[in-house]
Design a protein around this ligand. Structure first.
Ligand SMILES: [Zn+2]
Length: 71
């Protein structure tokens, strides 16, 4: 997987994994470093993180409402 794009920004894949806390240890440091220097990627990371928490919420609420669906 590519961590950085040709434009030297963090790739979407890496941002997604980072939001899930799934980046390999060796890739985490360069990504965190870049995020601390690049407002552009910080903004994108904030959006990815929001999306991830939305997915978690959706998954959680689906589990919670499933019994009503079966009714
Ligand atoms: Zn960047």
């Amino acid at each position: 997987m590519q961590i950085f794009t040709k434009a030297k920004h963090v790739s979407d894949d890496a941002l997604g994994l980072h939001a899930l806390n799934d980046l390999p240890e060796s890739d985490r440091q360069p990504v965190t470093d870049h995020l601390s220097r690049c407002p552009h990627c910080r903004q994108r990371f904030a959006e990815v993180r929001e999306f991830v928490s939305f997915l978690r919420l959706a998954a959680a609420s689906q589990t919670a409402t499933r019994p009503y669906v079966i009714h």
